[in-house]
Write a protein that binds this ligand. Structure first.
Ligand SMILES: [Mg+2]
Length: 236
């Protein structure tokens, strides 16, 4: 068994319940401000999450509701900028929370001397204040979509974390919530643990070594307990 040296977390849907109560709310506020009648309810947003990237999601939605491709792209770019500002405000207001078990798990990992990193394709403008607000910026390396624009399932964000830290992939594990995230981690030669949420519970997470119901799932907690304990007892 290789020695666990690093845990790399996804952000959206993995560390925080950001999709339903953060991004979706911010998109709807941006629609309203722009005088548009478009609204995304919880189920609609769940379907749209199959499209990675907020601007792409918006453009696809506008085209599907009868706007021309040019109008859709223009509207999507404008609204995505505004949505990011609104998302920042929601974060600063403390509206986006850590998922149950996230703090305990990170504490357990840190206490064992294992580094904790982040690989997300979210924008740094909201990722950074979110990590600061929800976790007090305790991550060694944070790679966002601002530095690595290739969205998951591209492995680019994970490869950049590995490059910056010098950690071989066999000594690290990724924690993800979605099919695209698991595919990104596996494509970077990482083992992956999946902690799905209500939006991703029907995703194909079969590339993951373990599929858990959340970060507080006893199976996930036990996996880390075993691996972190074995660092202290190399003969186990
Ligand atoms: Mg995610």
């Amino acid at each position: 068994m290789s020695r666990l040296e690093a845990v790399i977390f996804d952000v959206d849907g993995t560390l925080v319940d950001s999709e339903r109560d953060g991004h979706r709310v911010a998109f709807n506020a941006a629609f309203e401000e722009a005088g548009l009648s478009d609204r995304w309810d919880v189920a609609t947003y769940g379907r749209l999450l199959k499209i990675t990237g907020g601007a792409k999601r918006l453009a696809s939605w506008f085209e599907s509701t009868g706007r021309s491709p040019i109008e859709s792209t223009e509207l999507a770019e404008r609204l995505h900028k505004r949505k990011t500002q609104i998302m920042r405000r929601l974060i600063e207001d403390g509206q986006v929370h850590a998922r149950p078990g996230a703090h305990q798990l990170i504490h357990q990992i840190e206490a064992s001397g294992v580094q904790v990193h982040v690989a997300t394709t979210g924008t740094r403008a909201w990722v950074e204040p979110l990590l600061e607000r929800a976790f007090g910026n305790r991550f060694h390396t944070v790679v966002t979509g601002t530095e690595v624009p290739d969205l998951k399932p591209s492995p680019a964000a994970y490869l950049e974390v590995l490059r910056r830290t010098g950690c071989p992939p066999e000594d690290a594990v990724a924690v993800e919530d979605s099919a695209n995230g698991v595919r990104a981690a596996v494509a970077a030669d990482l083992r992956c643990l999946a902690a799905h949420n209500p939006y991703t519970c029907d995703d194909d997470l079969s590339g993951a070594e373990l599929v858990a119901k959340g970060l507080d799932d006893p199976a996930l907690v036990a996996w880390f307990h075993r691996r972190l304990r074995s660092r202290c007892r190399p003969n186990e």
